[in-house]
Design a protein. Structure first.
Lengths: 112, 137
């Protein structure tokens, strides 16, 4: 794919991925054919900042985990009152990374 | 999430769960379980969360008071079931070198996300929350 398009994609969506994944995504995007551009451009990613806000406000109810698609862990947090509050606090620091990982899994499905 | 990571997480969570119930049972003479308050929502907003009372519910169930346990918080039944079944299932999977628990977990995640299941479940949780507030748990 055209490097200009790829760089534009990275500039717009770089914040949704872990920094060590960005170069990997760039290299992979340069290799794929142009026909996939439309699909990749329309992909919706979860914003790590939004998940952090949700985690701070409703982390004890597991809503942050439900939001990023970890339904099983969300149910676990909901049933245990945020893991007696400890898991909820740990997730304040983990949720942004977890959201970025989920975004990476999502884009990887299209990069194969 | 990878299988090993999930199994490790669930085993550690169950172990901590048993440790918590052991601690509460040991403490029950000096400080009743209702006075142990680790719930963030209850501490901050002074209203119970949907899971408040589940420790008391699980302990009531283990003492054989099924009806009491349901009336305290029905979440206790689900927690007891998970605490009993999940570790045994995971150990069984390890011994038989199978991934049955992992497959069921992934499948149930997909099923729960469907609207026809998620909306009634959310309604039930909210209903339980309102009931908890009404009961002053």
């Amino acid at each position: 794919m055209d490097s200009q398009k790829v760089d534009m994609f990275i500039m717009t969506n770089g914040k949704y991925f872990e920094s060590h994944h960005v170069m990997q995504i760039r290299d992979r995007l340069l290799q794929i054919e142009d026909s996939k551009w439309g699909m990749i451009q329309t992909l919706q990613f979860k914003d790590p900042t939004i998940s952090l806000i949700v985690s701070l406000l409703a982390g004890s109810l597991g809503i942050d985990r439900f939001m990023i698609g970890d339904t099983g862990l969300g149910v676990g947090k909901l049933l245990t009152c945020g893991g007696l509050g400890i898991w909820a606090i740990i997730d304040w620091f983990m949720i942004m990374g977890a959201t970025r990982e989920k975004n990476m899994i999502k884009i990887q499905q299209f990069l194969q | 999430m990878k299988r090993i990571k999930l199994y490790r997480l669930i085993l550690v969570a169950c172990l901590l769960g048993y440790a918590w119930f052991g601690y509460v049972l040991n403490q029950s003479d000096s400080a009743p379980a209702s006075e142990l308050n680790v719930c963030m929502i209850k501490n901050v907003l002074h209203i119970p969360c949907p899971a408040c009372g589940s420790t008391r519910s699980v302990i009531a169930l283990w003492n054989g008071h099924l009806i009491d346990s349901i009336f305290i918080n029905p979440f206790g039944l689900i927690i007891s079931l998970i605490l009993l079944v999940a570790p045994l299932w995971i150990i069984f999977d390890f011994l038989r070198k199978k991934e049955s628990f992992y497959h069921i977990y992934r499948k149930s995640e997909i099923v729960i996300r469907r609207k026809q299941y998620s909306i009634p479940l959310i309604a039930l949780v909210i209903g339980n929350w309102i009931w908890n507030i009404y009961k002053h748990l």
